[in-house]
Ligand binder design. Structure first.
Ligand code: SF4
Length: 381
């Protein structure tokens, strides 16, 4: 903080506000000061771009317009609305937090940083954002864009993600939201970080805070902040098996602690698990299924956190056996039900390919005649 001219903070804030009033993007969540709306938008915007969030935001609020609606929601339906946004623990936490607000706060949103931070999935940044945007009270905020902005304004020598760096940034963030409309000051800081003070080629000539920016004064915009250390990438090979019988597809639910907990997926596991016995015997041993006509039909590659996953998709036909996998829920779904079921992105891609493969009325060898509902194969539990 030593090099920042705090004596010029008042003038800088004034410039910042004037700039924001001129250029603020008309984002849908800025039309409301309802804490519920602010909360939903802030959680969605974590790790996700504004453009990607907008349609999800509208759909979510249309289906769950209040905390009470969300508290009563079925988890599967919340996950379905979240499908494709990733980081699904955000959706599960939203629902759990809504239930806590209903049960412990009589349905009224807490209005303090401490009260908000006691809710599932709400950290220091989100609590500060809700307090400042919904209640227009001064609260510091540091997220990805303001982390970069504050680091440059201060000419921060430390890694801004380190404990020491975080302490400096949060303290600095607390200096800004003051005077009338402290929430607007925070909005302006975030907007500046998102639109002008970008990671590459910041537009310093247009910046309302250029006069107090240490990185600009010393020409170190490109060095500050240093890029985060990337975790080492691990390669994985997995297989997704589409077990199919008379228009029904077998799905397994992702368990707590697993990737995509709560979502449904085709039978999916590490390729190495099948290495010794081969796929048909593995399906028999683990899931109790006799299957035939195995055919690979799709190869996908995708990244999840620090993993790069090569996913081989295999289609096969159910011959006999009641599927089971310990306590894990399994279910047969029709093509139409597949469309209503929350799936991870790769599961949805597989489902889309299946929809094309089986376009039109699904009649395979041995199927029921058209118009008659196919018999649903058995599942346990
Ligand atoms: S002057 Fe440049 S580096 Fe400094 S805050 Fe503005 S855009 Fe960022």
């Amino acid at each position: 903080m030593s090099d920042f001219p705090t004596g010029r903070l008042g003038d800088a804030r004034k410039e910042l506000r004037a700039w924001y009033r001129r250029i603020a993007r008309p984002l849908p969540w800025r039309e409301s000061r309802d804490p519920y709306t602010v909360w939903i938008s802030e959680i969605m915007l974590q790790q996700t771009t504004v453009a990607a969030v907008i349609p999800y935001f509208h759909r979510f609020l249309e289906r769950f317009p209040t905390v009470a609606h969300l508290a009563q929601a079925d988890e599967g339906e919340v996950l379905k609305l979240w499908e494709g946004l990733g980081y699904y623990s955000r959706a599960r936490n939203l629902r759990r937090a809504a239930q806590v607000i209903e049960a412990n706060h009589s349905g009224v949103f807490p209005d303090s940083v401490e009260g908000l931070q006691s809710l599932p999935g709400i950290g220091r940044y989100t609590a500060g954002a809700i307090v400042s945007f919904a209640y227009d009270r001064p609260a510091p905020i540091v997220e990805a864009n303001t982390l970069r902005l504050y680091s440059r304004l201060l000419g921060l020598a430390e890694d801004p993600r380190s404990t020491a760096g975080q302490r400096v940034l949060w303290e600095f963030a607390g200096l800004w939201p003051a005077g009338r409309n402290p929430g607007e000051v925070n909005q302006a800081l975030m907007e500046l970080g998102a639109t002008l003070c970008t990671p590459q080629s910041p537009r310093c000539d247009d910046c309302p805070l250029a006069m107090v920016c240490e990185a600009r004064r010393t020409g170190r915009q490109a060095e500050i902040p240093p890029p985060p250390r990337r975790p080492e990438v691990t390669d994985l090979a997995e297989v997704a098996v589409v077990v199919h019988q008379q228009g029904q597809f077998l799905l397994m639910q992702r368990m707590p602690g697993e990737r995509w907990a709560g979502l449904w997926d085709f039978l999916r596991f590490d390729e190495r698990e099948t290495a010794e016995m081969g796929l048909p015997a593995y399906l028999q041993q683990r899931f109790g299924l006799e299957t035939g006509a195995h055919q690979q039909f799709l190869q996908l590659s995708h990244g999840v956190t620090r993993y790069r996953i090569a996913l081989r998709s295999v289609h096969c036909e159910w011959r006999s056996g009641t599927p089971r996998d310990g306590d894990r829920p399994l279910k047969w779904v029709s093509q139409a039900e597949l469309g209503e079921t929350p799936l991870p992105v790769t599961g949805r891609k597989i489902a889309d390919v299946l929809a094309k493969m089986f376009a039109g009325p699904l009649v395979l060898k041995g199927d029921q005649p058209r118009g008659k509902r196919p018999r649903r194969p058995p599942t346990r539990g």
